[in-house]
Design a protein around this ligand. Structure first.
Ligand code: NAD
Ligand code: WQD
Length: 361
């Protein structure tokens, strides 16, 4: 413990939380949020898309230590079980998954295996250890091409790729498990487009290879790692012809997870909430906002549509506002500002940064 731990608030929800995928983009920010609020945090990650270098930064930002970290694949039930044997876990926040839509169309079996198989392995180990509280990372992608206007949670799921289908299958499995095993309490959070970075500049999105997602790509154009952005489609039925998405600051995203942990105790069963800002921004608006953040206009060219993209995806996130009072506090300008700060301070991402000494790894 150090000086910063004095600002940790009293834990309202479960006290020891296992974070799967805690070395990833959202998971690392969630670790900070939970440590900041007095939770004990245990992480499991196989580093397929995260890096152990992130823990030293998490601890620096939070001013507290992560309880333990384990390099394991969540599908390895024996290894996962040993973690539950060793720690008295109260609840799980489950981020670990593969998330690239395009890749999922080329590797559907791997996506179902990791995302659905991994979730089943986790549920099975949790159940065997009498741990029944879970916050699950779902995705707006389950709505598919649902049309224009803000989408609420009653919008029918129409997944159009294996990644989205894997998330929808997990939701179906979790729904049925909760119906049949009344001891389970599960909160599914359907994120729209989490983006941005921690305001400290120490944590952010560090994709491997060429970024699939808009915001990290724009950030790499701004820092000069990439020449220009290709805008996928200028002929959508939107005001400026480019596609509209609902970008949500990653810190707002993880605050909702901490609230979810507090509310797991409200009762058993499964509840689903959208997580979004409820405001859409077009690709050109994002390029402008990032240009404002970095102080120069960013080069782009409009190219053909990306297969599978839809014109507009915007959340109706009023249900979670009504239920828990959660509303995003950070706008697109803050997302771009924080993302740009991270990119400037870490032009090559986490590569080369110090690792945390961890005898338990
Ligand atoms: P990320 O890839 O940065 O983080 C996922 C982490 O899980 C990585 O550190 C990876 O190494 C780990 N992981 C993957 N497979 C694993 C396995 N079998 N065992 C153990 N660890 C494993 O992704 P993210 O953006 O932080 O997303 C977190 C979650 O949120 C995912 O479930 C994703 O599907 C979901 N989600 C993300 C977005 C988004 O735009 N980032 C939107 C909606 C939903
Ligand atoms: C945003 C907009 C692109 C890159 C994905 C998943 C979704 C969820 C969030 C996990 C789109 C355009 C992008 C580029 C561009 N993830 N774009 N040039 O596709 O809305 O959602 O991430 O659950 O499931 O599908 O996010 O950031 O890839 O794209 O013009 O180089 O930016 O066409 O309109 P997307 P994104």
């Amino acid at each position: 413990m150090n000086a910063k731990s004095s600002r940790a608030r009293t834990v309202k929800g479960p006290s020891t939380v296992l974070v799967t995928g805690g070395a990833g983009f959202i998971g690392s920010h969630a670790c900070v949020e939970l440590l900041d609020h007095g939770y004990e945090v245990i992480v499991v990650d196989d580093y397929s898309n995260g890096t152990p270098q992130v823990y030293a930064r998490v601890e620096r930002v939070a001013g507290r230590f992560v309880g333990a970290v384990y390099e394991l694949d969540i599908r390895d039930r024996r290894a996962l079980s040993a973690v539950f044997d060793r720690h008295s876990v109260d609840a799980v926040v489950h981020f670990a998954a593969h998330k690239a839509v395009g890749e999922s169309t080329r590797m559907p079996v791997e996506y179902y295996d990791t995302n659905v198989g991994g979730t089943i392995a986790l549920l099975s180990v949790m159940h065997a250890h009498q741990v029944h509280q879970l916050v699950f990372s779902s995705s707006c992608s389950i709505y598919g091409d649902a049309g224009r206007g803000a989408l609420d949670e009653a919008t029918p799921a129409r997944p159009t790729n294996p990644y989205a289908m894997s998330k929808w299958l997990c939701e179906l499995i979790l729904t049925d498990v909760c119906r049949r095993c009344p001891e389970f309490a599960v909160l599914c959070l359907r994120y729209f487009n989490p983006a941005g970075a921690h305001p400290s500049g120490l944590l952010g999105e560090d994709p491997r290879g060429t970024p699939d997602n808009l915001m990290p790509y724009v950030a790499q154009v701004a820092i000069g790692r990439r020449e220009r952005l290709s805008v996928f489609g200028g002929d959508y039925p939107t005001p400026d012809g480019t596609a509209i998405r609902d970008y949500l600051h990653v810190v707002d995203t993880v605050e909702a997870h901490r609230l979810a942990l507090d509310h797991l105790a409200d009762g058993p069963g499964l509840r689903v909430f959208n997580l979004g800002a409820g405001r859409g921004s077009s690709v050109l608006e994002v390029i402008d906002a990032f240009g404002d953040a970095c102080g120069r206009p960013l080069p782009y060219e409009v190219v053909g549509r990306r297969p599978g993209d839809v014109a507009e995806l915007v959340a109706d996130a009023s249900a979670i506002a009504r239920a828990w009072g959660w509303r995003p506090a950070r706008d697109l300008a803050a997302i771009c500002r924080d993302s740009w700060r991270f990119q400037q301070l870490n032009p090559e991402g986490y590569a080369g940064s110090a690792r945390r000494p961890n005898p338990k790894e």
